[in-house]
Design a protein. Structure first.
Length: 400
């Protein structure tokens, strides 16, 4: 968004002030060199931003409506797959199938956040700005930037942030024109623009007095402060920091975890941080992480419990990791399908068990729970019927 807005602004500005071209080029060269160095340190290439590396390796949905989805990658935890494969792809498909409705939704979203009813009143004078070339260019810049926002799959308020100054400038120019409007010989427009700042201040006061929206509310009024989030994690972090020492906190999510409530994020210098947060994976991967951080106190937290609390990891009830596909990156016990097959047959002592029994042995030998067997593992209606190992394992390898 910043690049598009910068390009639009450069076209307009350099058309009348070409003497700015040299200092602008020098400034951008310094900025590009600094960004390139940063990219090298993070991704190994000056042309690969960290965000692009993340999107190309972790996601399916593209950023723009005209692009095609990427093949589904392998994920090493259920929450990431749910977010990228189900939630993001649902938004992408909805935007592709109904582009006009998507455009209206985005326009309404950005309008509510940046203008709202009060700051929309001066825009009644917008046609007057079209009369002069100087102000007409501002409208064209805003239109070009808006088209760039429409082409994106997602919309968040900060995506339009580069154009905030331009939007407020247009509003103020409209207020200036509106101030000259007369009604019955009186300067009615001037009264209107004098009232607007007072109305904006009143709305701010109302928001302060009303407080935050309830955290459990599904629909939130646009004039309320957003519900607060992250207090539980922040409180635990303060407690751990106050206790001194170094800590490793395993995070165990529930089956219906909200991916917007993420607990696993860390400082840039992760090994030097006093508190490190990590997803709980299979027991072998957990053991490797604990060996790496062997000088730390170990904790478990379950954010989806009604009252999340820190529990010493040694006294926590163990649980198999929710299923991820064979070969999932970072899951040592699933790295080799051949090893998993051999261990399963050895643990079972037979090649005919029902699907639930095969899943039980899978959890025992890998630390990873099996997938939902009702999704095609057995045939017919008898869940307890024996299934030969070849059929079960062939089905297992197709599960994601």
């Amino acid at each position: 968004e910043g690049a598009v807005f910068g390009l639009v602004a450069a076209i307009v500005v350099l058309g009348t002030a070409r003497h700015l071209l040299l200092p602008l080029t020098l400034a951008l060269a310094v900025i590009a060199a600094g960004m390139g160095l940063y990219f090298v340190r993070v991704t190994g290439s000056p042309w690969t931003p960290p965000y692009l590396l993340c999107r190309s390796s972790m996601t399916m949905a593209p950023h723009f409506l005209w692009q095609a989805p990427r093949p589904e990658p392998l994920y090493n935890n259920r929450e990431m797959r749910h977010f990228y494969v189900e939630l993001e792809m649902d938004v992408f498909n909805g935007a592709r199938q109904a582009p006009l409705a998507d455009f209206v939704e985005k326009a309404a979203f950005y309008w509510r956040f940046y203008l709202g009813p009060l700051l929309s009143l001066p825009l009644l004078a917008l046609p007057l700005l079209w009369r002069t070339w100087v102000t007409r260019r501002l409208i064209l810049m805003a239109a070009a930037f808006s088209l760039a926002l429409w082409g994106q799959v997602w919309h968040n308020a900060h995506y339009a942030a580069p154009g905030t100054g331009l939007g407020l400038l247009i509003v103020m120019l409209c207020m200036r024109r509106l101030g000259a409007w007369r009604w019955g010989g009186r300067r009615a427009g001037r009264c209107l623009i004098q009232v607007l700042p007072l109305a904006c201040a009143a709305m701010l006061l109302i928001r302060v007095v009303a407080g935050r929206a309830p955290s459990e509310s599904v629909v939130q009024a646009s004039w309320q402060w957003p519900s607060a989030g992250g207090e539980a994690r922040a409180g635990m972090l303060r407690t751990l920091l106050a206790s001194g020492g170094r800590h490793l906190v395993f995070v165990r999510y529930g089956p219906w975890h909200n991916p917007g409530d993420e607990w696993v994020y860390n400082a840039a210098g992760i090994d030097a941080a006093p508190v490190v947060w990590a997803r709980e994976l299979d027991r072998f991967s957990n053991a490797r992480l604990m060996a790496h951080y062997q000088d730390r106190h170990l904790w478990l937290v379950e954010p989806d419990q009604q009252a999340p609390r820190l529990v010493p990891y040694s006294s926590a009830v163990s649980r198999p990791m929710p299923f991820v596909a064979l070969g999932a990156p970072g899951i040592a016990s699933l790295r080799s399908a051949g090893d998993v097959a051999r261990q399963l047959l050895q643990a079972a002592g037979t090649d005919r068990l029902n699907c639930d029994q095969w899943n039980h042995h899978l959890a025992q030998v890998t630390g990873v729970a099996g997938p939902d067997v009702s999704a095609g593992c057995y045939s017919g209606d008898d869940r307890g019927q024996p299934v030969v190992f070849e059929r079960y394992f062939s089905w297992l390898r197709r599960q994601r």
